[in-house]
Design a binder for this molecule. Structure first.
Ligand SMILES: NC(=O)c1ccc[n+]([C@@H]2O[C@H](COP(=O)([O-])OP(=O)(O)OC[C@H]3O[C@@H](n4cnc5c(N)ncnc54)[C@H](OP(=O)(O)O)[C@@H]3O)[C@@H](O)[C@H]2O)c1
Length: 241
């Protein structure tokens, strides 16, 4: 077990929303963070000695391997990985193009696979590591108009369970977090009426904040968690009960 302030994390999709909040939470705990995204302007805004900002599209496996190399070159270890980068391309099945199906699976599911594969050797050598995959309630409940997104998020839960079993003996814990409706750019498109309808179905009666998700992720990767692996933790105000 090493000191929190010596730990090194990679957070994908960290330029905005949930990934940004996770990054801030880690930095507050003294964890160094490699942040990744594709928007260079937003990456340039990270002006912090413990941040390495890398422009990488997680759907490109070579770029992901290169990200891992850069992190090992800078800090010599990788303790934590958060696969958070995600997109939606919604439409009903009968109108969904191959491109929209492929792109969502490539970013949300293949991206996580590439990064897990890329970091697993160094983590196994260290005999420790924490991986958190950001799934969604949609991957558990399904949602009309989101078959690509739901399939990718359900896929992440299967990946999480299988990898947890593969690497448990090496001291690596792998979990998923399934947020409900969290206020970010991704949910900005909802109008007042849709928002009201959704809120009515949430037992806690409100949408969640990015910090609600960030705190849960932080708990899972912190030393406070020694015995939870292969699980999907719902951060959804009780939406999935
Ligand atoms: N918001 C919600 O209610 C909610 C609910 C359940 C699950 N989630 C999940 O939580 C995660 C974060 O969601 P969010 O609401 O924070 O989304 P967001 O505000 O749209 O941010 C998405 C992040 O992913 C990055 N990204 C997108 N495509 C990428 C790619 N190909 N390669 C690298 N980075 C990429 C974006 O950065 P660039 O634009 O710089 O590439 C951005 O930083 C997603 O996986 C999402 O599915 C969100």
């Amino acid at each position: 077990m090493i000191n929190e302030n010596k730990k090194v994390a990679i957070v994908t999709g960290a330029t905005r929303g949930i990934g940004y909040a996770i990054t801030q939470r880690f930095l507050a705990a003294g964890i160094s963070v490699a942040v990744c995204g594709r928007n260079q302007e937003l990456l340039d805004k990270f002006d912090h000695p413990q941040v390495l900002a890398v422009n990488v599209d997680v759907s490109e496996s070579e770029g992901v391997d290169n990200l891992t190399k850069q992190v090992l070159g800078r800090w010599g270890r990788i303790d934590i990985v958060v696969n958070n980068a995600g997109i939606t391309r919604d439409s009903l099945l009968m109108r969904m193009s191959n491109e929209d199906w492929d792109r969502v699976l490539e970013v949300n599911l293949s991206g996580a696979f590439y990064l897990c594969r890329s970091v697993i050797r160094p983590m196994m050598k260290q005999k420790s590591g924490r991986i958190v995959n950001i799934s969604s309630v949609i991957g558990v409940m399904g949602n009309a108009g989101q078959i690509n997104y739901a399939a990718s998020k359900a896929g992440l839960i299967g990946l999480t369970k299988s990898l947890a079993k593969e690497v448990a003996s090496r001291g690596i814990l792998v979990n998923a977090v399934a947020p409900g409706y969290i206020d970010t750019d991704m949910t900005q498109e909802l109008d007042e009426k849709q928002r009201e309808l959704i809120t009515r179905h949430i037992p806690l009666g409100k949408t969640g904040s990015v910090d609600d998700v960030a705190e849960t992720v932080y708990f899972l990767v912190s030393d406070a968690n020694q015995y939870i692996t292969g699980q999907t933790i719902h951060v959804d105000g009780g939406l999935v009960i």
